[in-house]
Design a protein around this ligand. Structure first.
Ligand SMILES: *[C@@H]1O[C@H](CO)[C@@H](O)[C@H](O)[C@H]1NC(C)=O
Ligand SMILES: *[C@@H]1O[C@H](CO)[C@@H](O)[C@H](O)[C@H]1NC(C)=O
Ligand SMILES: *[C@@H]1O[C@H](CO)[C@@H](O)[C@H](O)[C@H]1NC(C)=O
Ligand SMILES: *[C@@H]1O[C@H](CO)[C@@H](O)[C@H](O)[C@H]1NC(C)=O
Ligand SMILES: *[C@@H]1O[C@H](CO)[C@@H](O)[C@H](O)[C@H]1NC(C)=O
Length: 420
């Protein structure tokens, strides 16, 4: 009798588990998706962080799954050089940079690119198989403010007047520049691991280059992210994202959906980075640069000491960014359904400390620069800071002394006494 009850229970539990899983996505759908996502590997590396890295033939990478890139000819390296303005103002001294965890376990051969293998459990965590690896669409509430235009002049940046729309489920603290055509942007991004409260929330420190209409913009982005739903842990990871329709149907954080053409065998999009900075301890940085090659309209991603990782082929994938970007932002963003409401999420941005904490306490971005058609890296002529929720996450552009470039600080803890 006891045995019979036990078996009934077992069946009940089993069918419950099956329903729970198939309620999200069925196994057949998942297996098909896995087959489509994971490319045959020339070599496989097991990372210490649990990631499996497949070294995939550069001509078999996911980019070639994109209908517009079927016959794409890979540009093996950028064809431009950037000049640096105001070099004397820069402090290159002894900045410590991060490496990627998987690099300790091996390297990919020339002619291959490292791709993080997607596993069944990764897809089971996703909201849906279709949504896997992607940013949720950006839903904008009508904003009551507009950019101020002075007669015949460039728009003046006035943070109280700048049109920063109210965006659902997202809270950002950024440094913004508009008013010119930008074909590049760069920063040394301080690396931390902020708290992420719920599995379906994420937090980033990144650069955005955008163009196009507000409700359907194009954007290319890179920086670091903590995203437990996507990666299954709370490590800080390198990401590179793009979209041509404000995240509605296009773009991913890594190589999961086709679009980004990788050329480097050294960097793993979605791969964890270390070490991370500690409060008033050693500070670590990830240098990120995104530059359009004027000869090909390919937007190159460069990491660290100017190492080209790959590019977004704007001439086939993008329309507005095929020419230039018209808005550049540096800073952080928290994605959560509990922002802009009470109780507020406890997911942190940056270091989890407010911008006023400055060096060693708050997350910083140094050596901020844009590139215009003169192909020079320079500090933007107009900047403004923006924080969606000033009591939860802050933004501060801080100049330490005369003749020094401002350093941008941003972040916060989310929920706190002033942000209940
Ligand atoms: C450069 O940075 C180092 C370490 O942060 C500091 O000690 C030094 O004074 C800085 N130099 C200049 C010229 O700002
Ligand atoms: C815009 O103004 C209207 C009317 O004054 C107000 O009801 C609405 O909440 C405002 N929207 C935003 C996003 O501030
Ligand atoms: C910024 O815009 C607001 C609202 O239009 C205005 O009241 C304020 O004086 C402006 N500030 C500056 C520095 O121009
Ligand atoms: C990008 O610009 C080039 C040259 O102006 C043009 O030939 C191409 O069709 C454009 N691509 C898109 C997607 O608009
Ligand atoms: C905000 O997040 C909640 C919870 O995940 C979701 O149900 C809702 O659709 C999201 N809203 C928008 C506009 O994305």
């Amino acid at each position: 009798m006891a045995n019979f009850i036990f078996r009934v229970l077992l069946i009940l539990v089993f069918s419950y588990l099956c329903n729970r899983v198939t309620g999200k996505a069925n196994f057949k759908e998942i297996d098909e998706k896995l087959k489509q996502l994971n490319k045959p590997a020339v070599k496989t590396i097991q990372g210490e962080d649990g990631d499996i890295i497949d070294c995939v033939d550069i001509y078999k990478q996911p980019a070639f799954d994109h209908p517009a890139l079927k016959n794409h000819i890979i540009q093996m390296k950028p064809s431009f050089d950037l000049k640096e303005e105001k070099l004397s103002l820069k402090n290159e001294s002894t900045k410590l940079t991060v490496f990627q965890t998987w690099q300790r376990s091996g390297s990919c051969p020339e002619g291959t690119v490292p791709i993080r293998r997607i596993r069944r459990e990764d897809l089971l965590r996703a909201k849906s198989v279709q949504q896997f690896g992607r940013k949720p669409p950006e839903v904008v509430l009508k904003s009551n403010t507009t950019i101020e235009h002075k007669d015949g002049q460039l728009p003046s940046i006035n943070t109280t007047a700048l049109a920063m729309p109210v965006i659902v489920n997202r809270s950002a603290a950024t440094l913004v520049t508009v008013g010119y055509n930008y074909i590049g942007a760069k920063a040394d991004i301080n690396v931390w691991t902020p708290n992420v409260e719920a599995q379906d929330e994420y937090t980033t420190a990144q650069i955005w280059l955008k163009a196009g209409p507000g409700d359907n913009f194009e954007s290319i982005e890179s920086g670091w992210i903590v995203n437990p739903q996507l990666y299954g842990d709370k490590r800080t990871r390198l990401f590179a994202h793009w979209t041509k329709d404000s995240y509605k149907t296009t773009g991913c954080f890594d190589m999961t959906c086709s679009g980004f053409v990788q050329t480097s065998s050294q960097y793993l999009l979605g791969g964890s980075i270390e070490p991370v900075s500690t409060e008033f301890g050693q500070q670590y940085y990830l240098t990120v640069g995104i530059y359009m090659d004027p000869n090909t309209a390919n937007w190159w991603l460069k990491i660290g000491k100017d190492i080209p990782v790959g590019y977004w082929p704007a001439s086939t994938l993008l329309f507005y960014l095929n020419h230039s970007s018209t808005l550049v932002e540096w800073g952080g963003q928290v994605y959560s359904s509990n922002v802009k409401k009470k109780p507020h999420t406890k997911t942190g941005m940056g270091s989890g400390q407010f911008a006023s904490g400055l060096r060693g306490n708050a997350c910083s971005m140094d050596n901020i620069a844009i590139v215009d058609f003169s192909m020079q890296l320079k500090y933007p002529q107009w900047v403004g800071t923006w924080a969606d929720e000033q009591y939860c996450y802050t933004a501060l552009n801080y100049q330490e002394g005369y003749g020094k470039l401002p350093i941008f600080y941003f972040g916060g803890p989310g929920q706190n006494y002033n942000c209940p």
